[in-house]
Design a binder for this molecule. Structure first.
Ligand SMILES: [Zn+2]
Ligand SMILES: [Zn+2]
Length: 73
């Protein structure tokens, strides 16, 4: 559904990259917008729980850089 917009940055929700920070999607993780220059980063959880592992800001920044280089998704 291309109509779904991210509540944080208003870019289309669909291409946002979901990263399971523990490697297990049941633990949740980070969601990062792949749009160039967009700083949209948020956490997500599974089964009604918050993300189990939220990386340090510099690690989040590294993940965002890799997403913007097309290394995910
Ligand atoms: Zn965005
Ligand atoms: Zn977004």
């Amino acid at each position: 559904m291309a109509d779904d917009l991210c509540e944080h940055c208003r870019h289309p929700f669909d291409p946002h990259v979901m990263i399971a920070t523990t490697g297990d999607p049941d633990d949740g993780g980070m969601m990062i917008c792949p749009e160039r220059d967009c700083t949209c980063v948020s956490t997500w959880g599974a089964n009604g729980n918050p993300a189990k592992l939220v990386p340090a800001p510099e690690e989040v920044e590294e993940l965002r850089r890799r997403v913007h280089h097309g290394e995910f998704g």
